[in-house]
Ligand binder design. Structure first.
Ligand SMILES: [Zn+2]
Ligand SMILES: [Zn+2]
Length: 245
């Protein structure tokens, strides 16, 4: 760099380096979280599908005709009274959730959280508090954050309701549960999550999670929360599969 002394060169590099760093944190020039384009209709299309698709009345899974899905004919009393599911777990939605969970893309989580607030957030009965489905502490440390907490930020702001991470704890891994039969899973009920002994009595709680597959995680959370005295329980999820998958 002719004409610059060593100190100026140093500052030039430092500024470039800082700008690159800031670009990573606050990108100004990247496109839509879902499709990657700078101008698109993803936001409108997701909300439109949310309001028009046929879903299970209880868990929000996509159905071919109105009613209740197969899983919801067998729910335990722990299952939320109502689950609102924003979108189908496929395509761009699936990729965005994958980036949020496994590639540290918190921007995707914030955007999906804003969609949750704009869609399901307008239909839930106003809760007393919002609880993100907790990760096992080991998993949370490994990932660095709980994606459900990021998804709940916008909802908590919009509904003006506290987002609580000290009311429900995950004390066991449950990822292998999907392979167990339903009866075996029910035997484990109540062991995977523990709710705070105080502060939940008579409360209306809204759980937040990223993906609903069998709904079993919500059932386990709900069971612990209801045992702690929660009287009203709803849940909001970003995505779910179709019934029968
Ligand atoms: Zn888009
Ligand atoms: Zn269902």
């Amino acid at each position: 760099m002719p004409g610059l002394n060593r100190l100026e060169v140093y500052f030039t590099y430092l500024t470039q380096w800082l700008n690159q760093g800031l670009d990573l944190i606050y990108p100004t020039d990247i496109g839509c979280v879902l499709c990657g384009k700078k101008a698109c209709e993803c936001w409108e299309l997701v909300l439109q599908a949310y309001h028009t698709d046929i879903r299970c009345d209880r868990c929000g899974k996509l159905l071919s005709k109105p009613g209740i899905c197969q899983d919801c004919t067998l729910r335990s009393p722990g299952f939320p009274d109502r689950v609102f599911t924003l979108a189908l777990y496929e395509g761009h939605m699936r990729e965005a959730l994958h980036r949020l969970k496994y590639r540290g893309d918190k921007r995707a989580g914030l955007y999906l959280g804003e969609l949750l607030a704009a869609g399901p957030g307008r239909e839930v009965l106003k809760p007393d508090l919002i609880i993100p489905v907790p990760l096992h502490p080991k998993k949370r440390r490994k990932r660095g954050y709980n994606q459900a907490l990021i998804l709940g930020i916008s909802l908590a702001q919009t509904l003006k309701v506290p987002l609580k991470t000290n009311m429900l704890y995950r004390v066991a891994y449950t990822h292998a549960q999907a392979d167990l039969g339903r009866q075996e899973r029910m035997l484990n009920l109540g062991k995977a999550f523990v709710a705070a002994p105080h502060g939940l009595g008579g409360k209306n709680v809204l759980l937040i999670d990223d993906i609903l597959t069998t709904g079993f995680t919500l059932e386990l959370c709900g069971s612990a929360l209801r045992q702690a005295g929660v009287t009203g329980l709803q849940a909001v999820c970003v995505a779910a599969g179709r019934d029968g998958r």
